[in-house]
Design a protein around this ligand. Structure first.
Ligand code: SME
Length: 160
C-alpha cells in the first residue's frame, strides 16, 4: 500500500470504526484492545499494535496490545523509541530499526516502527506503538491516520 488516494480512503474508513469502538459501553482497556485488533486485522503491514500508558511520572507501562508477547513491560522516558516519543511528545517514524541505536527490540522480525503520542488536555497520557515486518511502509497517511486515532482514544481518558 503506497501513498495513493486508495490508501487514504481506506484508512479514513477505519477512523469511523474506531469512533464506533470508542462509543461502546465498555471499559477503556477493552476498547483499546478492540482498536489494536481493528488496526492489526485491517492494515497488512501493522504487525504489532499496542498502547503504552503513562504509569509513573516518567514511565510507560504496557497496556492493551495485539501481536507477539514483548519483554518490554515498562519503558522509561528517553529509552527506546517509545520512550523517545513520550519524552519529545512527537510522532516518531523509523523506517529501518536496524539503523536506530536507541531501540528496544521486541522481535527480530520487526523492520520498522511508528509511535504516536496521545495527549489529554495537552498532557501526555500514553503512546500508540506499531511495529511492522516490512521495511519503510509508513507514509504521511499513516502518521495523520494514527494521530487522529490518538485524538479519538484520548477522549477515553476522561475518568481514567
Ligand atoms: N520497539 C519499542 C519497544 C516496544 S516493542 O516494539 C513492542 C521501542 O523501541 O521503544
Amino acid at each position: 500500500m503506497n501513498e495513493t488516494p486508495d490508501k487514504q480512503l481506506f484508512l479514513t474508513s477505519l477512523v469511523d470504526k474506531v469512533r464506533e469502538i470508542a462509543a461502546r459501553p465498555q471499559e477503556t482497556d477493552e476498547k483499546l484492545f478492540s482498536v489494536c485488533k481493528l488496526l492489526k486485522d485491517n492494515v497488512p503491514y501493522y504487525n504489532w499494535v499496542g498502547f503504552y500508558l503513562l504509569d509513573q511520572p516518567r514511565e510507560l507501562a504496557l497496556g492493551p496490545f495485539v501481536g507477539e508477547p514483548t519483554e518490554h513491560g515498562r519503558i522509561s522516558f528517553g529509552t527506546g523509541l517509545c520512550g523517545q516519543a513520550a519524552e519529545r511528545k512527537e510522532t516518531i517514524i523509523v523506517q529501518d530499526v536496524s539503523q536506530e541505536a536507541n531501540y528496544l527490540s521486541c522481535s527480530p522480525k520487526v523492520k520498522s516502527e511508528i509511535i504516536v503520542p496521545i495527549f489529554k488536555t495537552g498532557e501526555l497520557v500514553g503512546v500508540l506503538d506499531i511495529d511492522s515486518y516490512a521495511r519503510a511502509p509508513f507514509t504521511e497517511e499513516d502518521r495523520a491516520f494514527l494521530e487522529t486515532i490518538g485524538e479519538i482514544v484520548s477522549a477515553l481518558y476522561q475518568n481514567h
